[in-house]
Design a protein around this ligand. Structure first.
Ligand SMILES: [Zn+2]
Length: 494
């Protein structure tokens, strides 16, 4: 049995400005055996495919896997970029020899100029090449998908955790389904529903209401119905202004279409009943930082500030409030300001005291630049291995990063690109910060960091500081969202 494996994944923030071209994908693109080698031992979809395939004595045929390199503010994929990898998947499928099935590791929140539903198009191109053999897809929880994907793929499986810690399990679920289908023991019957909810990522954490309840209902259905193989929910990605934006529910049964429809409808109705919980209001920077400082004074620290709106890495709202309100013992692991960072690299060394204006350069919503004076305590390009549950064992290579100590154990890192991952403490220890000495850490992240940091900090405190990933979606301008998408569609905006 030979099953092809390919992937083309992106989460595209269309409110960013710089088009994404091939040069953002190609440096990290993998082909052939290198795909399996790079994923082995790392908890990814593809490692999940491998685990099942190896246990079942099935051959995987790795073709091409492309996902964007880290960097920050890329927007729509260019037509050439989309076409290159979507075509390459199809071409390599054609040249792969006899195949019994295709596993596609996609994301679901790709936005490509001129291609309204990119992932569905990837599957359709694969289908045009391989014909009627099963094509099964794994998707991120932030996927924006609709009927076109449901029509194109035989089965769709969405990860169930945010922070995302079940890529590998989901890969295993898909691979098992694929192998049993090829063996004739399983007949995938899938239903998809869209409740019509668009939600900010910060409300999608699966350990808390409302997603916790949605996931619990999925598990209840699965415990009750032996024919229900898997039901998963993608709440979607609100920062891609695309026509299939929003939540989707996917139920895969063994040959029971009626059951699949019933389950998907029930989960969809249940999510809709909680729509207001997907659109709450969060504190602004001034009130939020004041409250965090009160928590620290009352001994409820350390506190994690989740500054979730900053896609670019240059917003200064939280930094400004921490300074103006006189907070001590805090760290911000990344303010992106390439000009300031390169300037400091040229003119200063470790041990120097410098005054520099940082951040607030990209977009009006980012806030004004902030002037800081501090001692350079780290300057370099840190390379380190992640220790948190999400990507444990993976190596991160950051670009130029300069840590200033502003006195009173206050630290800010100026970097020339968005620092790769803020998901565990290595982002701070790699530049010499003693994390145990801090009362406040302010990360530019929404939910992923919680998988690690919730065990380190006592309180996780999200603040809706303005930025192009802000929680109050009604402040963003959507052009492609469906009319009836709650709460951003024309129907709800009056
Ligand atoms: Zn995601």
């Amino acid at each position: 049995m030979r099953i092809a494996v390919a992937g083309f994944a992106d989460e595209t923030c269309t409110f960013c400005y710089v088009p994404t071209d091939i040069d953002r994908f190609e440096p990290a693109a993998l082909r052939g055996q290198a795909i399996l080698d790079a994923n082995r031992g790392i908890p990814t979809y593809i490692n999940g495919y491998m685990k099942v395939a190896e246990a079942e004595g099935v051959e995987l045929v790795p073709l091409v896997y492309a996902s964007k390199t880290a960097g920050g503010f890329q927007s729509w994929l260019t037509p050439a970029c989309f076409d290159k990898y979507a075509s390459e998947i199809a071409d390599r499928l054609r040249d792969a020899g006899p195949l019994e099935g295709v596993l596609l590791a996609l994301h679901g929140a790709m936005a490509a100029t001129g291609v309204p539903k990119p992932e569905a198009e990837i599957v359709r191109r694969a289908r045009a090449t391989v014909g009627s053999i099963p094509i099964m897809v794994t998707l991120d929880l932030h996927a924006n998908e609709d009927r076109e994907m449901a029509d194109a793929a035989d089965a769709v499986f969405v990860i169930r955790t945010y922070p995302h810690v079940d890529y590998e399990e989901t890969g295993m679920v898909a691979a098992r389904c694929m192998i049993e289908t090829i063996r004739g023991n399983f007949v995938p019957a899938m239903a998809m529903r869209r409740p019509g909810i668009v939600s900010a990522s910060i409300y999608q954490a699966t350990a808390v209401h409302p997603m916790k309840d949605v996931q619990a209902r999925c598990r209840e259905w699965q415990a009750r119905e032996p024919d229900l193989y898997y039901v998963s929910v993608a709440p979607g990605y609100a920062y891609a202004d695309v026509p299939d934006i929003g939540m989707s529910v996917w139920a895969v049964t063994n040959g029971n279409q009626e059951l699949a429809e019933r389950v998907a409808q029930d989960i969809s109705d249940y999510a809709w009943s909680m729509r207001e919980s997907f659109a709450r209001k969060l504190p602004n920077p001034r009130d939020g930082v004041a409250e965090v400082m009160r928590l620290v004074r009352e001994g409820k620290g350390p506190v994690m500030i989740a500054d979730g709106a900053d896609r670019i890495g240059d917003t200064t709202h939280i930094l400004r409030e921490l300074l103006e309100q006189g907070a001590k013992n805090w760290a911000i692991p990344s303010i992106v300001d390439a000009e300031a960072a390169k300037d400091l690299e040229k003119t200063a060394s470790v041990g120097d005291t410098v005054t520099v204006k940082i951040g607030g350069w990209y977009y009006e919503i980012s806030g004004r630049p902030v002037e800081v004076t501090g001692t350079v305590e780290y300057m370099g390009r840190p390379s380190y291995v992640l220790i948190g549950p999400r990507r444990r064992g993976d190596r991160v290579q950051d670009s130029l990063s300069i840590r200033l100590n502003l006195g009173d154990n206050r630290h800010v890192v100026i970097s020339d690109e968005k620092r790769g991952e803020s998901y565990d403490s290595t982002v701070l220890t790699s530049v010499g910060v003693d994390v145990s000495s801090l009362d406040i850490v302010a990360l530019k992240d929404r939910v992923h960091h919680r998988a690690y940091w919730d065990a380190i900090t006592k309180v996780n405190y999200p603040i809706d500081a303005p930025g192009i990933g802000l929680a109050d979606l009604t402040q963003l301008k959507y052009e492609n969202a469906p009319y009836d998408a709650f709460p951003i569609g024309g129907k709800y905006r009056g």
